[in-house]
Design a binder for this molecule. Structure first.
Ligand code: CMP
Length: 139
């Protein structure tokens, strides 16, 4: 089925001017960028977005990192978009990511791992609504 998923190009990637290269990976995989904006997240916004991880030991550091520079938040649309986006990104830890994936090719560490993607269709709807209103998404 055609799905939508929330993607974030993280500060380590925007710092190295990799937005276009990462977007090309998505488009080459058949995902369409149907909404996109560049934001500087506040601490409160980062904490709210990652609230599901609030008890994890890396939560504080993750929120610090996610506010360390601009992010590009985007909605990707396509056949099985949630799974396809995760496939193109590769494993969370770049050390475990398959060759040719975004995280293998670009990530600096398990934290500075260049991209975020929703982990389920249910979370995709929640995460898209966190950043975008309906009229900002043009399929
Ligand atoms: P993301 O897919 O955005 O989801 C949570 C983020 O926490 C993850 O990518 C990493 O950037 C970060 N992170 C840092 N340490 C870990 C860890 N040990 N396990 C999972 N995620 C981690």
């Amino acid at each position: 089925a055609i799905e939508r998923t929330l993607s974030i190009i993280k500060p380590d990637a925007t710092r190295r001017n990799l937005t276009g290269k990462i977007n090309a990976r998505f488009e080459e995989a058949g995902l369409r960028i149907v909404a996109q904006k560049r934001l500087q997240l506040s601490r409160a916004q980062a904490e709210a977005f990652y609230a599901v991880h609030s008890e994890r030991p890396f939560f504080g550091s993750l929120c610090e990192f996610m506010t360390s520079g601009p992010v590009v938040v985007q909605v990707l649309e396509g056949e099985s978009a949630v799974a396809k986006n995760r496939e193109v990104m590769g494993a969370t830890n770049p050390a475990d990511a398959a060759p040719g994936t975004i995280r293998k090719d670009f990530a600096e560490s398990i934290e500075a791992n260049s991209a975020h993607g929703s982990d389920s269709l249910e979370n995709a709807a929640i995460e898209i609504a966190f950043f975008f209103s309906g009229i900002e998404i043009v399929g």
